[in-house]
Write a protein that binds this ligand. Sequence first.
Ligand code: SAM
Ligand code: SF4
Length: 329
Amino acid sequence: MAPNLDPYNREITYLRVSVTDRCNLQCVYCMPIQDLKLLDHSNILSYEEILEVIRMGVDLGVRKVRLTGGEPLLRSNFVNFVESVNRIPKIEDMSLTTNGVLLQDMAEPLFEAGLRRINVSLDTLDPLKYRKITRRDSFDAVWKGLQVAEAVGFSPIKVNVVAIRGLNDDELRQFAHLSMQRPFHVRFIEYMPIGQNSNWGPEKHISSDEIRSKLETLGSLHKIPHAIHDGPAERYRFESAAGEIGFISAMSHHFCPSCNRLRLTADGRLRPCLFADDEVDIKSTLRNGGGQEDLKEVFQEAIARKPRRHHAEILVRGQSARPMSTIGG
Ligand code: SAM
Ligand code: SF4
């Protein structure tokens, strides 16, 4: 049996790595405004420890690694770390999810470190609304960051938009135009009930199907076939558009049967499912002198504990005790 097969015959090839729980934004759907407990620095894995976990994952069959946070660009020496990940043989796809606030200065060094694929979270094209969503005034910085990333040569540049009814569902035309005029992949992500204090409520959920039918009133959307290492996004393109439109429907059309991922939290826990708080502690093994066999055992235990599916479509808030900022999205 392949060493990375879970009990439901899914091959685990994708590791999402959160390098920090810190963030320079405080998005209403992600970070609680109060009761936010930050990790003590001593509990955060060092880069060397993270690299050990990634290498073990790669030995077992991981081929795709995404770096995330909190805000990954906040962590010091992050560019050197990216360079180290890029040097690990057999990784076929390395990518980053960032809020883009620090991207204008970091895009070029990150590109030089070997990064090519980048996801920038931007839920609105309106600076005032941006402040309402993120509780910070950083719209211009993110917008400039996107321009620099494009100029430096990142491809693809994905723009992640968490779709929230009553908040940004009046901007579909603007996002559609963005995908037509620029080579950006605009991806609508369904709002998920993660974290006890997130502002989630069923009335704010808006399904990908609803967004797609609204977008179709602006022009016909042509389906793009899946490519290797594509995630769960359904991809489309408007006629002659420079970019794409994507839909990530974790709630309305869960993609659990094809789930191929594990998450590593900044405090050294392997999380088999985004929606379930079951986690496997790998930090203790790293810090108590565990050898390769021990690490392998812990990694495989996390694979073995992947549930068949989540049940987040049963619309209840707080399906995870941790806020999203500490899981990595
Ligand atoms: N700070 C980085 C950023 O914002 O891109 C990386 C971490 S963030 C937790 C990763 C992704 O999770 C972002 O695209 C963010 O929009 C998304 N996210 C956070 N909370 C969410 C929620 N409740 N539902 C859906 N997506 C969420
Ligand atoms: Fe920070 Fe990203 Fe969460 Fe926003 S979504 S608070 S940028 S971690």
